[in-house]
Write a protein that binds this ligand. Structure first.
Ligand code: ATP
Length: 199
């Protein structure tokens, strides 16, 4: 599988549409301090569904939209799209080219798209489950994470191995199922209360 293309428009420092094509091998992004190198990584993390503004180095989600410069007006929408070549069938879809996109408007509304069709974040997360790609997976390793892994803070070394071994998917499903069970228990209790009231 190859990460082939990243398109950014209106995200952080990218007021104009920027298209980055990735070839086989290593791609290095170079530039002076503050020129937007980390914003490229933030864009990848964001389109993969990152919800934490802290992880995006932003105070609130609205701040990820291009805020203008002395010469340019702020934009109303941020859009990032990321294209993968599914040449090794690692993604469970018939498409050989998969593009995920995320949009966010100043009104607070947002949407996700899969090959141009609106979808839920859950669909995108489901697609990449087990591939090691995700907003909080080891596909993106920032300096802070290297420190965490070396110091093993919050059991992060274990979490990394679990993700690599494909265990985290089952843990996630277990958590979801337990939550559903809890909700069902609460519903049942409510039904019993109502029955008691009626009887
Ligand atoms: P360094 O090498 O110092 O880490 P960098 O190249 O990684 O720098 P980034 O942190 O990616 O740089 O980019 C920082 C720049 O992005 C700052 O100039 C900041 O003003 C700009 N920026 C961040 N959010 C926005 C926004 N919403 N609108 C416009 N510019 C923004």
């Amino acid at each position: 599988m190859l990460l082939s293309k990243l398109e950014i428009k209106g995200f952080k420092s990218f007021g104009d549409k920027v298209k980055l094509s990735f070839d086989k091998g290593i791609t290095a992004v170079v530039g002076p301090n503050g020129s937007g190198k980390s914003n490229v990584v933030d864009a990848i993390r964001w389109v993969l569904g990152e919800q934490s503004t802290k992880a995006l180095r932003s105070e609130k989600m609205e701040n990820i939209i291009f805020n203008g410069t002395s010469k340019r007006k702020p934009l109303q929408m941020a859009e990032v799209s990321l294209t993968f070549l599914n040449n090794r069938d690692l993604l469970p879809t018939e498409y050989t080219e998969v593009t995920i996109a995320r949009r966010y408007y100043r009104s607070g509304e947002g949407e996700y798209l899969l090959n141009g069709v609106p979808c839920r974040l859950k669909d995108i997360q489901g697609l990449f489950l087990d591939t090691g790609i995700g907003s909080d997976s080891y596909a993106i390793i920032e300096l802070k994470m290297v420190d965490e892994i070396l110091n093993d803070t919050n059991n992060s070394r274990r979490a990394l191995f679990e993700e690599a071994a494909g265990i985290s998917k089952f843990k996630k499903r277990k958590k979801e199922t337990l939550k559903k069970l809890q909700e069902t228990d609460a519903d049942l209790e409510r039904v019993e209360d109502l029955l008691h009231e009626i009887g």
